[in-house]
Design a protein around this ligand. Structure first.
Ligand SMILES: [Zn+2]
Length: 322
């Protein structure tokens, strides 16, 4: 497999974390300081792999061929597609894996792939230079936390690449969706979504407040599954607006901590088709209201909804209206 300049251009343009791109570049150019590399430079290091203590630590051994590493790959979502065979050199195999996932636009699998490589590298470093304790579980946990970070970064960057009309750009922090700015809303709605990238379990929660008496009117929580943090946020908005319709609320102030939701409700067109479907129903629900204002608020304002969303994500609650 030849990695020519067009391959690299394609790779740099992919929606992977910049961190993964640099990491891949270093692996492909054998630029990570493996024990073999350090020993060849004359540095006094233990050349054996810190995990199995059997073989010389090369990148090939550390990231693929070590029995310890092998056992970790087996349990990974991307493990079954890796086609790990020692007949193929690591130099051939690694770009082939990357190319396959990039071709399939399987960014989540690439996140899993890089997160485990990264967790192995970090653990190897602390083991070698700080003699820290590790376990297969600690490495998998570290990898999983990186998958979470990637998903969060990507969902906010790509789920909703908005097409702004000419002359407009950026995010508005509030908008009048129905009625006039001078119309007073009678009910406020705060909602929030929660999401786990491991299980794709999502949770949603919302609370209605009477803006006249400042008293609680109720709310709800519902478990669901979604593909990103942002989708769970949208599901929360959808469930809560359906609930508002059932309650017969006609004058609603929507408070969200997610500025992308404000954009969506202002009819900006998302590129993601799934987001577009949800948006259609949201706009229909809002269209039936007499007055509706939406406003971006600090996270603390949606704290109660956030708490409900967390409970349904963890499946302590499945579906609840109050
Ligand atoms: Zn080893």
């Amino acid at each position: 497999m030849v990695l020519d300049s067009s391959w690299w251009r394609h790779f740099w343009a992919s929606p992977l974390l910049p961190k993964w791109k640099m990491f891949a570049w270093k692996i492909i150019h054998n630029a990570l300081p493996s024990a073999l590399l350090l020993a060849r430079k004359g540095l006094p290091v233990e050349s054996k792999c810190g995990f199995c203590h059997q073989e010389v630590e090369t990148l090939s051994h550390l990231f693929r061929d070590c029995p310890f590493t092998w056992s970790l790959w087996e349990g990974q979502p991307c493990g079954s597609t890796l086609n790990i065979s020692q007949d193929q050199s690591f130099e051939e195999w690694f770009p082939e894996v990357l190319s396959k996932f990039i071709h399939d636009k399987d960014w989540l699998m690439l996140d899993h792939f890089f997160s485990l490589l990264w967790a192995l590298w970090l653990t190897r470093n602390s083991l070698r230079f700080r003699s820290t304790v590790y376990s297969p579980e600690s490495i998998l946990e570290l990898a999983s936390s990186w998958v979470d970070r990637c998903s969060e970064a990507r969902s906010f960057r790509y789920d909703i690449t908005l097409e702004f009309p000419p002359g407009f750009s950026g995010t508005m922090s509030s908008a009048v969706l129905r009625g006039n700015a001078s119309d007073a809303c009678t009910v406020s709605l705060t909602f929030d979504g929660a999401w786990s990238s491991d299980s794709h379990n999502a949770g949603t929660g919302w609370v209605f407040l009477d803006l006249v008496s400042d008293g609680h009117l109720g709310g709800g929580a519902q478990a669901c599954s979604s593909n990103s943090v942002f989708q769970s946020e949208l599901m929360a908005c959808l469930f809560s607006l359906r609930h508002a319709r059932q309650r017969g609320y006609s004058s609603l102030q929507i408070l969200t901590d997610c500025s992308l939701v404000v954009d969506l409700l202002r009819s900006q067109v998302p590129k993601d088709i799934f987001v577009r479907w949800i948006q259609q129903e949201l706009l229909e629900l809002i269209g039936a209201l007499v007055v509706c204002h939406v406003q971006k608020v600090p996270r603390s304002t949606v704290a109660q909804a956030h708490c409900l969303a967390g409970m349904t994500r963890r499946r302590n609650l499945l579906c609840f209206r109050f």
